[in-house]
Design a protein around this ligand. Structure first.
Ligand code: 1CP
Length: 344
C-alpha cells in the first residue's frame, strides 16, 4: 500500500529525502517528438497554443498519459511573459524579436509584468493541468533566466554564438544591467503567480549562461538570478536552476539559494555532488543517447546512476531538451528502466 501522506517522489527528491524509486521527467517532454503534439500543432500555431489554456493543458498532459513520468512541466515558453510586457515577437520556430533591444530607451519602454493582466492564460493553464494530473505527479512552473532572455532580446533571434548580446554586455554595461534587473523583477512576479495558481516547483532555465566565462557569469548573469531566488525564498516550493553548459562554474552556482541544480551531460555527477553540497541534482543523460540500441541506452543509464551514487537528491532527466526526432518508444524504455533499476 502506498503512503498517501508521503510527498510525491519528485518533491521528496528535490528536498533530498529518500524515495521509493528515483523520479524522472525530461525537459521539453511535451513537444514535437510526440505524434499527438504534432496533431494539435497542425491545427494551431505555437503562440496560439501557449495562449489557449485548454490546449496548453492538453499538450502538458500528453506525455503524462503515455509515460510514467514523475513530474509534469507546464507547456509554455520562456518568451511568453515578454510578449505580455509588450515585446513584439514571433516563433520560427525559435523566438524572433521584431525590434531587438539596443538602447536604454527601449529598455525603459518595456512594461513591468502584471501576470494576472498580461498572461492570465498561463495561470489558467496551470489550474486546468493540475486538475487533470494524478496526485503523485507534481506540476513544475518555469521561466527563463534574465541572461538567457537578454540573449534572445538583444540578438533578435536564436544564434549559435550569440556574439551580438555577448559583445553588448561589454559595450553597454549600464543598459545590460538595467535590462537584466527589469527581467529579474518580472520573473519574480511571474513565478510567484505560477506558484499561486498551483505550480508545485519552480524552475529557471539558464540555457545560455554557459556562453560566459566565470568572471562575467559571476558579475553579469548571477546577480539577477540571485535576486529572483531571493524573491521566491518565502514560498514553500522547491526551486530548480538549470545551469546549461555551466559545469566549470558550479562553485559559483553553489552560492544560490536553490534546492536543485539541473546539469547537462558534460558534467560528471560525482564531481557535481561535491561542488553542490546541500543541493539535489537533476540530469543528465545526453539527449543523443536516446538513439542508442536498448542495451547501450541501459548501460549509459547505469553509468549515470553509479556516478551520482545512492544518496537521495538525484532526479533523473536529460542533460537538455529532448530532440524532435526521438522515437517515443525510447523514452518509454528510459523511464521504465530508471524506475526498475532504482525501485526499493
Ligand atoms: O513549433 C513548435 O511547436 C515550437 C517549438 C517550441 C516548443 C515545443 C518552442 C519555441 N518552445 C516550445 C516549448 C517549450 N519551451 C517548453 C515546453 C514545456 C516542456 O518541456 O514540455 C519549455 C520548457 C520551453 C523553454 C525554452 N524555450 C527554453 C529553455 C529550455 C531549453 O531548451 O534550454 C528556451 C531556450 C526556449 C527558446 C525557444 N523557444 C522555442 C524554441 C525552438 C526555442 C529554442 C531556440 C534556440 O535554439 O535558441
Amino acid at each position: 500500500m502506498t503512503d498517501k501522506t508521503a510527498l510525491p517522489p519528485f518533491l521528496a527528491a528535490c528536498r533530498r529525502q529518500p524515495t521509493p524509486h528515483m523520479p524522472i521527467w525530461v525537459m521539453r517532454q511535451a513537444g514535437r517528438y510526440l505524434p499527438e503534439y504534432r496533431d494539435v500543432r497542425s491545427k494551431v500555431g505555437f503562440a496560439e497554443l501557449t495562449r489557449t489554456p485548454e490546449l496548453a493543458a492538453e499538450v502538458t498532459l500528453q506525455p503524462i498519459r503515455r509515460f510514467a513520468f514523475d513530474a509534469s512541466i507546464i507547456f509554455s515558453d520562456i518568451m511568453v511573459p515578454l510578449e505580455g510586457m509588450g515585446i513584439d515577437l514571433d516563433y520560427a520556430p525559435g523566438p524572433v524579436i521584431a525590434e531587438p533591444i539596443r538602447t536604454l530607451k527601449q529598455v525603459e519602454a518595456i512594461r513591468p509584468l502584471v501576470p494576472e493582466r498580461d498572461v492570465p492564460f498561463v495561470m489558467e493553464a496551470i489550474k486546468l493541468t493540475r486538475a487533470g494530473l494524478p496526485a503523485h505527479v507534481p506540476l513544475i512552473g518555469f521561466a527563463g533566466s534574465p541572461f538567457t532572455l537578454f540573449a534572445y532580446l538583444v540578438a533578435g533571434k536564436p544564434s549559435k554564438e550569440f556574439s551580438v548580446p555577448r559583445s553588448f554586455v561589454h559595450a553597454q554595461p549600464e543598459v545590460t544591467a538595467r535590462l537584466l534587473e527589469r527581467l529579474a523583477d518580472a520573473m519574480i512576479v511571474y513565478l510567484r503567480a505560477q506558484a499561486a495558481a498551483g505550480a508545485q516547483a519552480l524552475m529557471l532555465f539558464e540555457s545560455w549562461g554557459g556562453l560566459l566565462g566565470p568572471h562575467d557569469f559571476r558579475n553579469v548573469a548571477l546577480p539577477p538570478v540571485k535576486r529572483i531566488f531571493e524573491g521566491l525564498k518565502d514560498l514553500d516550493v522547491p526551486l530548480i536552476y538549470f545551469a546549461n553548459n555551466c559545469g566549470t562554474m558550479l562553485d559559483i552556482i553553489s552560492e544560490l539559494p536553490v534546492h536543485v541544480v539541473g546539469l547537462d551531460w558534460r558534467v560528471p555527477l560525482s564531481g557535481a555532488r561535491k561542488l553542490l553540497p546541500g543541493k539535489a541534482i537533476q540530469g543528465n543523460l545526453d539527449p543523443a543517447v536516446l538513439f542508442a540500441p536498448k542495451a547501450a541506452l541501459e548501460k549509459r543509464i547505469d553509468e549515470i546512476l553509479a556516478d551520482a551514487g545512492p544518496a537521495p537528491g538525484h532526479i533523473f532527466n536529460l542533460g537538455h531538451g529532448i530532440w524532435p526526432e526521438v522515437d517515443p518508444d525510447a523514452v518509454k524504455r528510459l523511464v521504465d528502466y530508471v524506475h526498475e533499476r532504482t525501485s526499493k
